[in-house]
Design a protein around this ligand. Sequence first.
Ligand code: ADP
Ligand code: DP6
Ligand code: CO
Length: 352
Amino acid sequence: MAKIYSASTTAPVNIATLKYWGKRDTKLNLPTNSSISVTLSQDDLRTFTTAAASEAFTKDTLWLNGTEESVTGARTSACLAELRALRKSLEDADPSLPPLSTYKLHIVSENNFPTAAGLASSAAGFAALVRAIADLYELPQSAEELSRIARQGSGSACRSLFGGYVAWEMGEKEDGSDSRAVQIATETDWPDMRAAILVVSAKKKETSSTTGMQTTAKTSPLFKHRVEVVVPERFKVMSKSILDKDFETFGQLTMADSNQFHAVCLDSSPPVFYMNDVSRNVISLIEKVNNLAGRVVAAYTFDAGPNAVLYYLEKDEPIVLGLLKAALPDLDGWQNKATVSAAVPDGVSEDM
Ligand code: ADP
Ligand code: DP6
Ligand code: CO
């Protein structure tokens, strides 16, 4: 029987505090603005992916949560092609290596949280896919270099190759070679940051992030102002707030940016809705508490879906979790708690 080579990895989700929304190049997946995110602990939400290669396999196959998915889509194909090319150059330099670049791949992936529901499954999913294959191929490339490949699978995935506080710098070059993720700070630089994830709905969203952002970029008159004027300034101030551990500024900008992102969605034609009444109740509740306290106790943010993520500091955990239990007892959550972590994908490689 032909030998099967395999490698497994887990990857974390990241939830943007300065949102990526809009592509300037859909083929290379280049964004219209830089973005910032926090990588969450893999104790709670994570993707687990195994990649296997064998001479005996007859086609590339991807099973996602037990169902076969297409690998012929441009995004997945781009990732596979880049990874194979890097493996090929290793094999050219060392002919004793097994020719894995010529073998078909079987990829099996599972998310332990809702897929396509605005909890960054495409981010953890493509980060895990790229990392698992890079490990299988024993590629020497750095996380930053792999982030350029993961970006082509799903933009937000480039940020899940790093833990802590991460920026995706949009870059300027047409070939996308400078559009990649960089770490702003590690999780230990600001260790008392906490995140709570509130699952408002685990249903698959009606409009994928890819489709939603295309509609916005094409039709929203507010969008140009956001990407040209608002985000560049916010990027600087938010990066500094992370380095300064200034939660007040970080939290205010996080909430403002979530709200502006959903505003440009509403400003699209046809309008794109991701939040629902429960999401809006969460916003009102947090706004009230912050207002009563006279400071930012917790900051809410919503990706392209109705589910809420709250960022807060450890000292406020009793207030935040107590409040959520009292006001929203029916909401499902990861005990309504997840810690920010170093969360670089964990690799385990083995030959079978
Ligand atoms: P989300 O808000 O969950 O990121 P998106 O609309 O951005 O939703 O992307 C969802 C899509 O990402 C899925 O339909 C699937 O194609 C892809 N995806 C999700 N998880 C994985 C995974 N583990 N491996 C590969 N692709 C994945
Ligand atoms: C609202 O990275 O999922 O979560 O690149 O088309 O796969 P594609 O989109 P995706 O978009 C994420 C949008 C967001 C904001 C963010 O994560 O920055
Ligand atoms: Co996504």
